[in-house]
Ligand binder design. Structure first.
Ligand code: IMP
Ligand code: MG
Length: 180
């Protein structure tokens, strides 16, 4: 099943880049206590590695969302499946997401968060498929720019599977269409 996956970034490349991102975030938030919000479920592995590379006092919370529409086409209408446990009012909030594709999901999330009056709101994504963007969203921290392919591993799934791959890979068209 994993033969149809081409490695895009190895474990070591991910580890090095996540360390750099953590250091960058530590510099940007110096003197502050960022509140990191992980978007479930894809960003959970990224978050757990990222926070161990941030040298500041920080807190975390989790939100689970589902996007209306078919699985391969983002509608941008986000339904909150599990809301945050804590208020974000007057906090320095950093949204941590696995991947930005069309941008519709993060655009909508950004509006939902802004309406709750954080002191500051920034976005961190592990992966950016910039060629696919159809709406403008300001992303503050990006792990890797990636091609317009379907990516799995390191938390990212296809139909719920592949999240446990320790690397990031491109799923072949064959596998995407349900082939063996
Ligand atoms: P957007 O609204 O088009 O930016 O879609 C973002 C969401 O689509 C992400 O949070 C992922 O859940 C999902 N997604 C987009 N591209 C991929 C991919 O290559 N692999 C896995 N999930 C993806
Ligand atoms: Mg997602």
């Amino acid at each position: 099943m994993n033969n149809d996956i081409k490695v895009l970034f190895t474990e070591e490349q991910i580890r090095n880049r996540v360390k750099e991102l953590g250091e960058e975030i530590s510099r940007v938030y110096e003197g502050k206590k960022p509140h990191l919000v992980c978007i479930l479920r894809g960003a959970v592995i990224f978050l757990s590695d990222l926070i161990r590379n941030i040298s500041l006092p920080l807190t975390v919370d989790f939100m689970a969302i589902s996007s209306y529409g078919s699985s391969d086409k983002s509608s941008g209408i986000v339904k909150i499946v599990k809301d945050l446990d804590e208020t974000i009012e007057d906090r320095d909030v950093l949204i941590v997401e696995d991947i930005i594709d069309t941008g519709l999901t993060l655009k909508h999330l950004h509006q939902i968060f802004l309406a709750r009056n954080p002191r500051d709101l920034k976005i961190c994504v592990l992966l950016d498929k910039e060629d696919r963007r159809i709406t403008n969203v300001d992303i503050d921290f990006v792990g890797f720019k990636v091609p317009s392919e379907f990516i799995v591993g390191y938390g990212l799934d296809f139909n719920g599977f592949y999240r446990n791959l320790p690397f990031l890979g491109i799923l072949s068209a064959n596998e995407l269409s349900g082939g063996e």
